[in-house]
Design a protein around this ligand. Structure first.
Ligand code: F6R
Length: 612
């Protein structure tokens, strides 16, 4: 995914920009570049390859105090030096870095060519540089030139613009692609992700869609892109403080961020639970959802919407809500929901689930819901993200920054948050105080239990290595184990590229059983619940056909029953999915490690999908 950085202040801009780009490397990219204004001229350096290659190319003598930088993930045009950002106009007055996709790029490029402009690159972004330059003449403020240009642009963007006429100013705009300002002491930072600025400042301002900001070293101003008056709300753009620490973005003793984040789960979970469990009344306190007991009782259905792992977490949530609150509940990929003209029911509580808070399909689903008068809350990790802001209320996940593309600790905190939501909904209905106490105690025990699972990592890694040569794998679960199986299959395929499919246990015999043989291992999720004997018989069916089985279980399953048994501590059965999921993360990680994969940045994937 592309990354943006910008700086204006008293420091030497180049090292700040390079450091910012380095901290965005985890998002994946194929080329990098930067532009500064030095002695009233633009100096642009860019290259296909790594930020280190860019560092090698930048002149040490360039001592600028303003600049912009970019890591690009090719969308229009192949990854090469010319297509890398920043892009400039013909005279080299304007430089632009851009994330997102300009949908009418073809028309804009053709219109420029018709006017005799020679485009140097194959990108959509270059058109913006030429168009802004055509508007930025005389004493037209840069912000006005940017606004005039963006009136002709369809698509998504987060962008930063430099203009040699205004060497003490950056202009920034957002529509569908995140932009955050970092407020320093007589210096300002711009980035597409707080990772790039958190080492310098914790005071940030998130731009909303259709906003433009003019940024100087000592002040900034945010206005609507359509120029519709100064919102009273410049005031609403007061900085917020980010929770993240610079160390969150460092690997420390770990090989990869995925492994680091798997190990951060006990602590992340403690943060998510802190202050939210009420043992006295055997319930949960989720003030952010802003629903009183009467409103909670009026909810007749709960629907979770998210993409990928966030959707599977939503499925875990739906099982919990049905079990604890006895309210009909389900989960649906936000990407399907937004496209199928859903019937929006006023008595349904919709929960938009997203680690990044920027996933476009989920954001669009939220907007559609709001247009149709649905009541929607967010379950979001990144404070200040688009989905969090659009929902306006919800549960923050408090997992801390999740850098690896594969989601681990955020998913655990999503499931824990949904357990608390289910508990809260249950306690205003028929869930007894005794059952509530049991869930409160079960939630409190989870971080320590996850520590126990992590302590068994070596044994799990050994099993992973034994099965790492498999070309295909089944993940089998039923009811509580079903979303766990789906998430486990997802994790394995995305980080190891081993083909993995999840099936509901009882569905096996309706077709997929035909694929079982000695080279098709199955991982069976076996919670310690009333379906234990059913799950044991599933294992027997698979083994009877020669299929190797890894059982992941909270039950006291005899070792002879499977080819490998991974045990997790036995807790409250409703919460078992949170424990059973952790060995599956480790398994995926260690298969990928054995196969030598680039674990934090799996091929073809990006951390959050903010474009169509
Ligand atoms: C899988 C994974 C993705 C994300 C999905 C949604 O490990 O990370 O499937 O879960 O892209 O992302 P968020 O949660 O940021 O909306």
């Amino acid at each position: 995914m592309c990354g943006i950085v910008g700086y204006i202040g008293r420091r030497d801009a180049v090292p700040v920009l390079l450091e910012g780009l380095r901290s965005l490397e985890y998002r994946g990219y194929d080329s990098a570049g930067l532009a500064v204004i030095y002695r009233n001229k633009l100096q642009v350096t860019k290259t296909a390859g790594r930020v280190q290659d860019l560092r090698d190319r930048v002149s040490d003598r360039t001592k600028a105090t303003i600049g912009i930088g970019h890591t690009r993930w090719a969308t229009h045009g192949e990854p090469n030096d010319t297509n890398a950002h920043p892009h400039t106009d013909t005279e080299g007055r304007i430089a632009v870095v851009h994330n997102g996709i300009i949908e009418n790029a073809e028309q804009l490029r053709d219109a420029l060519s018709d006017r005799g402009v020679k485009l140097a690159s194959d990108t959509d972004t270059e058109a913006l540089a030429h168009m802004i330059a055509a508007e930025a003449v005389g004493d037209t403020p840069l912000e006005e030139a940017v606004r005039a240009t963006l009136r002709h642009v369809e698509g998504t963007y987060g962008l930063v613009v430099l203009d040699t006429r205004y060497p003490d100013e950056l202009v920034v705009a957002r529509n569908g692609s995140p932009i955050v300002l970092g407020i320093g002491e007589a210096e300002m930072f711009v980035a597409s992700d707080v990772a790039a600025l958190v080492r310098y400042t914790k005071q940030v301002v998130y731009l909303d869609d259709a906003e433009v900001a003019t940024v100087h070293a000592t002040d900034y101003r945010v206005v609507p892109l359509d120029g519709s008056g100064r919102r009273a709300a410049d005031a609403s753009k007061v900085p917020t403080t980010v929770e993240a620490e610079a160390g969150d973005y460092e690997l420390g003793p770990y090989e990869d961020f995925m492994l680091k984040e798997i190990h951060e789960q006990p602590e992340a979970l403690r943060r998510a639970l802190r202050g939210r469990l009420d043992a006295r009344f055997a319930t949960a306190k989720l003030g952010g959802i802003n629903l009183d007991a009467r409103e909670l009782r009026a909810i007749r259905q709960v629907k979770f919407l998210g993409c990928g792992s966030a959707y599977y977490a939503g499925q875990m949530g739906a099982v919990l809500v049905e079990e604890l609150a006895r309210i009909p509940s389900d989960a649906e990929p936000a990407s399907e929901f937004r496209y199928r003209n859903p019937v929006v029911d006023p008595d349904t509580l919709y929960v938009a689930v997203s680690q990044s808070g920027e996933t476009l399909d989920t954001l669009m689903a939220v907007q559609e819901l709001r247009r149709k008068g649905g009541q929607v809350i967010g379950a979001v990790n990144v404070v200040g993200s688009a989905i969090g802001r659009e929902c306006g209320r919800g549960v923050f996940l408090h997992a801390g920054p999740e850098i690896a593309v594969a989601s681990t600790k955020a998913l655990t905190n999503m499931a824990a948050s949904f357990a608390m939501l289910a508990l809260l909904l249950g306690r205003v209905r028929d869930l007894s105080a005794a059952s509530g106490q049991r869930i409160v105690a079960g939630l409190r025990a989870l971080p320590g239990q996850i520590e126990q699972i992590l302590a068994a990592e070596d044994a799990i890694a050994e099993i992973a290595r034994r099965f790492a040569d498999a070309e295909h794998m089944f993940f089998i679960g039923r009811v509580r184990g079903w979303p766990v199986a789906r998430e486990g299959a997802q994790k394995l395929k995305e980080v190891s590229y081993v083909h993995a499919e999840a099936y509901q246990a009882a569905e096996l015999k309706h077709g997929p059983l035909a694929l079982i043989n000695s080279s098709m291992p199955s991982l069976v999720v076996v919670p310690d619940d009333e379906l234990l004997s059913k799950n044991i018989s599933t294992i027997e069916q698979i083994r009877a056909r020669g299929g190797p089985v890894i059982a992941v279980t909270s039950a006291d399953l005899p070792a002879y029953l499977a080819d490998a048994v991974i045990r997790v501590p036995s807790g409250e059965p409703e919460l078992d999915p949170l424990l059973l999921n952790v060995p599956l993360q480790l398994l995926a990680y260690h298969v990928a490690a054995k196969l030598g994969r680039d674990i934090d940045k799996p091929r073809n994937l990006a951390k959050s999908v903010t474009v169509e």
